[in-house]
Design a protein around this ligand. Structure first.
Ligand SMILES: NC(=O)c1ccc[n+]([C@@H]2O[C@H](COP(=O)([O-])OP(=O)(O)OC[C@H]3O[C@@H](n4cnc5c(N)ncnc54)[C@H](O)[C@@H]3O)[C@@H](O)[C@H]2O)c1
Ligand SMILES: N[C@@H](CCO)C(=O)O
Length: 368
């Protein structure tokens, strides 16, 4: 939406934090200092305690701050699950003076590159293509496992990054990039690995579903509904990505790639967003007993796929018609399984953190 105001979070200021913990815990080069004698443990103890898995977080916005908070307050749970602790060693931000509720200011750093080099697992939740892509590549080439929720990056550059990951023998996971809390990629990649998926169709963008729902059911003005979606943390940093269907298109490309191995470019998606919808469209849909949804679909076609994102007026009995607010749904068709439906929270910091944290645990299991 050109000229759209920042529809998202506000924020005050706190005093500047101390130096990043990363430097303190994992000193490099000239900064290296010997540990004080009182911190040295007897050799037997050191070998008995597995070293922590060092996690670096790139970005501390809606998703990043939720991930950071959960990494801290679920420490014991993760240690039990993994047999070693997950240690958040630093959080890369643009501005260290901004408050990050529940995140220890000592962890904040503006030097993302240095942070990446000190981690076993790098979690990219800053969004955008650069510097996210370069930082991920640096992490992979340095032997770190990478987790990202960045659907634009995965849709546009995912294959190249996956090749680097394979070359380095490390993982690149991005469950949070598609349908937030709904584990659709795991189902397509793992659970249906022995089947043949033929089509995937769904509502895969939470913010536009929230907007369409509010406009149609509660008569809320379009602009006001968009503002509320922003307040809930559903919108991308650039809301046009949601409203023009680019976010859904990126997710559809990732779905097609995961479901059928289809190489579909973002520019090959037949895409229409929701900004062209008029009051007349909503009125007609109500009169006809239909519901307008932004539908993403991918259908296997030979070695490739036909991928589309467009608003459709759906009959009330269509499973996609019933999803409310920020909820997402996907209907998967597979030769042996038949039709499967997955539904749940499709946007939001805490909800997306669920998927990102799942990927972090998976990644941590690979760290030797
Ligand atoms: N919000 C959601 O519901 C949701 C759901 C699934 C996936 N995602 C994806 O997760 C990613 C993050 O989304 P978000 O909603 O948290 O965005 P956000 O804008 O709230 O947070 C991103 C943060 O990263 C910071 N950042 C950007 N560039 C940086 C840089 N170079 N160095 C340091 N910090 C930098 C920004 O200042 C911001 O604080 C995006 O790729 C988004 O598409 C978001
Ligand atoms: N902006 C995205 C966030 C979740 O990917 C949406 O509205 O679905």
């Amino acid at each position: 939406m050109p000229g759209a105001p920042d529809l998202r979070r506000g924020g005050g200021h706190r005093p500047a934090p101390l130096a990043a913990l990363a430097q303190r815990r994992h000193p490099a080069g000239a900064r290296q200092r010997a540990a004080p004698a009182w911190r040295l443990r007897p050799r037997a103890d050191v070998s008995a305690v597995p070293s922590p898995v060092r996690v670096a977080l790139l970005g501390c916005g809606t998703v990043g701050s939720a991930v950071a908070r959960r990494l801290q307050d679920r420490q014991e749970r993760y240690a039990e699950l993994l047999g070693r602790s997950l240690e958040l060693v630093g959080v890369a931000v643009r501005d260290r003076s901004l408050p990050r509720e529940g995140v220890d200011p000592v962890l904040l750093t503006t030097d993302a590159e240095a942070l990446v080099r000190q981690a076993d697992v790098v979690v990219e939740v800053m969004g955008g293509i650069e510097p996210a892509r370069s930082l991920i590549e640096t992490a992979l080439r340095g032997g770190a496992q990478v987790v990202t929720a960045n659907k634009q990056l995965v849709a546009q550059q995912g294959e190249g990054l996956a090749a680097v990951a394979a070359e380095q023998g490390v993982g690149l996971d991005y469950e949070g990039a598609v349908m937030a809390a709904v584990p659709v990629l795991a189902v397509l990649r793992d659970s249906l690995a022995g089947d043949e998926v033929t089509a995937v169709r769904g509502v895969v963008n939470g913010s536009t579903n929230y907007v369409l729902d509010l406009v149609a059911r509660e008569g809320v003005a379009f602009g006001e509904a968009v503002r509320q979606a922003g307040e809930l943390g559903y919108l991308e940093a650039d809301p046009t990505e949601d409203l023009e269907g680019l976010d859904a298109a990126a997710k559809a490309v990732i779905l097609a790639r995961t479901a059928f191995g289809a190489q579909v470019g973002l520019d090959e998606v037949d895409r229409v967003g929701i900004t062209g919808l008029t009051d007349e469209d909503f009125k007609r849909a109500a009169q006809e007993g239909t519901v307008i949804k932004l539908v993403a679909s991918a259908r296997r076609a030979g070695c490739g796929a036909q991928v589309a994102v467009r608003p459709e007026a759906l009959p009330a009995h269509d499973p996609l018609a019933a999803v409310r607010g920020g909820t997402n749904i996907v209907v998967i068709e597979a030769v042996s399984a038949g039709e499967l439906r997955l539904q749940g929270a499709g946007a939001g910091g805490e909800e997306t953190a669920s998927a990102v944290l799942g990927d972090i645990v998976r990644a941590a299991r690979r760290v030797r």
